[in-house]
Design a protein. Structure first.
Lengths: 484, 111
């Protein structure tokens, strides 16, 4: 079925098409593979397009033909950020040091998606070890924004976002440590959800900063993201921080209105430095929620201005510790030094790119003797204050609305040599990671001809609040249906 | 916030990272800029604030100290990934020198 245009279809629509025998998984997966093979070279969104996807799709078709009851994701193609392990697949995390590393086991999310019948269509490009906001730090070359290939797709899960925006897959998984799902979702005009810390198992995710990392979905709609979440979420004995203390998604949410829901707009998020057109588009989106019956009120998150600094102490500190495992001894790239220490130093010096080395040094410094209290311990205390800001806010409102990114996608190369400018791109997203709360970004219009994202946040484990608001917004607007 | 090239080299040594000499100035300037930015946390009054090591749970999770092991397939794949091996054994370079030289693996652990 070569004529099938899949670029704008949702997981829900594809699932219904299969249920109604209008299309098989083989046809659906084949159509996405064709799109990816045709245009990925230009976008570099996928590092590898799976050559086993069609076989997997045929197997799903056969199981369905036998009358097996599979879930709503059966036969649906999904792209995976290349820091999520699929047994037998290369898993690079965008790094030279893992260029030839084959994962020896499956991530829990991979097991769960496979159990749900999803078909993995390829490995998505990302910033090296998820460090970056533009996917320019990938060892395998930058991914490009499908709306304008001279611009970045955001990052670090830029390949996943670009793959969904370009119609290479209706959904993808990414990971979000400081905005790495939401920001590329905003910059590529798709929906991206960072779940509550602990809602999704991190087992099999190549770690960046373990107290901040969380796997989550990219999709065209909030409903699709919720469907993916239903498959991947839940407690996992292999991740001690995973939890089943959450409200689950129920399809009826899509029919409920948002009358009387209280939405806070933090005054600290609409400050100088924000693109005026982005601000206007986001304010218009908040107005649409108000039109739907939500009550909008200004709130304060007083420690917002310290979130980025807190993050850039805690995250590099955890990263420097997590990345200690890449020493050339057990797997991955290994240099031949004259002795053990020089093997370590050469392996890591040659295997890690500039941004990863920079953050390892930063983290090593802030954790070193004489600096730990001034930097790391201080940051943990400010983190507690940031968390309290959100606790206080959620005693007054159900959700918080904010921009996802202070600007639209920028030109490739524009911020590459100025790490601090790159870090500032995360200013609206990192607080949710520090506080562990869930947040979603969804398309809400355009500025400078590029997509803009509206971010909604809520309290721990209350993702259905985001689903309800998001599904309402996408019922009354059509920004999420736009394609490049 | 000032940082000398020697300090940058010392950090790189602690982190077991080889740094090219021509990269030193760039790393120094970038680290100084970032450390200068994060220093703004010193303004915050954190008297009485707890230390939040994560966003959600403040309780520890315990489990029984039982060995579960892994299947032979996983074991085989892990061994296959070794950069150097002898049979099923992981081959590494000596941690301690045998010729009266200095130990090479355990320096700086306290820093």
């Amino acid at each position: 079925m070569n004529s099938m245009d899949v670029s704008n279809l949702t997981v829900r629509q594809l699932s219904d098409m299969m249920k109604n025998k209008e299309a098989s998984s083989e046809e659906i997966v084949g159509a996405y593979l064709e799109a990816a093979r045709g245009r990925n070279e230009n976008l570099n969104a996928l590092l590898e397009i799976s050559d086993s996807a069609l076989d997997a799709a045929r197997q799903i078709d056969q199981r369905l033909a036998k009358g097996e009851q599979l879930g709503a994701l059966a036969g649906i193609p999904v792209a995976l950020k290349d820091n999520i392990c699929v047994q037998g697949w290369i898993a690079t995390a965008g790094s030279k040091i893992l260029e030839n590393y084959k994962a020896s086991y499956n991530a829990t999310v991979v097991e769960r998606l496979r159990d749900a019948g999803a078909v993995f269509i390829g490995r998505a490009n990302c910033d090296e070890f998820a460090m970056g906001s533009s996917t320019e730090n990938s060892h395998f070359g930058p991914a490009k924004n499908p709306w304008d290939t001279s611009r970045v797709p955001g990052g670090s899960s830029g390949g996943s976002a670009a793959a969904v925006a370009a119609g290479f897959a209706p959904a993808a998984l990414g990971s979000d440590t400081g905005g790495s799902i939401r920001q590329p979702a905003a910059l590529c005009g798709v929906t991206g959800l960072k779940p509550t810390y602990g809602r999704v198992s991190r087992y099999g995710l190549i770690a960046l900063a373990s107290s901040l990392d969380q796997i989550g979905p990219f999709a065209r709609t909030v409903e699709d993201a919720a469907m993916i979440m239903s498959a991947i979420e839940g407690e996992d004995p292999k991740d001690a921080t995973s939890s089943d203390a959450y409200e689950a998604y129920v399809p009826e949410l899509g029919k409920s209105d948002i009358v009387g829901m209280k939405i806070g707009v933090p005054k600290e998020y609409f400050v100088d430095g924000m693109d005026a057109d982005v601000k206007r588009v986001v304010m218009d989106a908040i107005k649409r929620l108000e039109d739907g019956g939500a009550e909008i009120r200004e709130i304060s998150l007083p420690h917002t201005q310290y979130a980025l600094a807190t993050y850039y102490i805690i995250q590099p500190a955890e990263a420097s510790s997590n990345l200690g495992r890449f020493d050339g001894m057990r797997y991955g790239f290994s240099a031949n030094g004259s002795d053990l220490v020089s093997t370590y130093e050469q392996t890591r010096g040659e295997g890690f790119g500039p941004e990863v080395r920079r953050r390892i040094m930063l983290g090593t410094y802030t954790l070193s003797k004489g600096y730990y209290d001034a930097y790391y311990r201080k940051a943990l205390k400010v983190r507690a204050l940031i968390r309290k800001d959100f606790d206080d806010a959620f005693s007054q409102v159900d959700a918080i609305a904010a921009p996802t990114s202070p600007s639209v996608a920028w030109k490739i190369g524009e911020k590459f040599n100025d790490p601090l400018a790159m870090y500032l791109a995360d200013i609206y997203t990192i607080s949710a990671n520090l506080a562990g709360i869930p947040a979603v970004s969804m398309p809400c219009g355009f500025a400078h001809d590029m997509p803009v994202g509206l971010q909604l946040m809520t309290k721990h484990f209350a993702e259905p609040t985001l689903y309800r608001l998001g599904m309402h917004y996408q019922a009354v607007t059509d920004w999420h249906t736009k394609t490049p | 916030m000032a940082l000398t090239n020697e300090e940058v080299l010392h950090i790189a040594k602690l982190a077991r990272l080889q740094i090219d000499p021509e990269e030193l100035d760039t790393y120094r300037d970038q680290l100084v800029a970032i450390l200068g930015y994060v220093a703004k946390l010193q303004e915050v009054d954190t008297t009485g604030a707890a230390e939040a090591v994560r966003g959600v749970f403040d309780t520890n999770v315990f489990r029984k100290d039982e060995i579960e092991g892994c299947g032979p397939d996983v074991r085989g794949r892990i061994i296959e990934a070794f950069p150097r091996r002898q049979g099923d054994l992981l081959e590494v370079q000596a941690v301690f020198s045998t010729e009266g030289g200095s130990a090479s693996g355990g320096q700086d652990r306290d820093e």
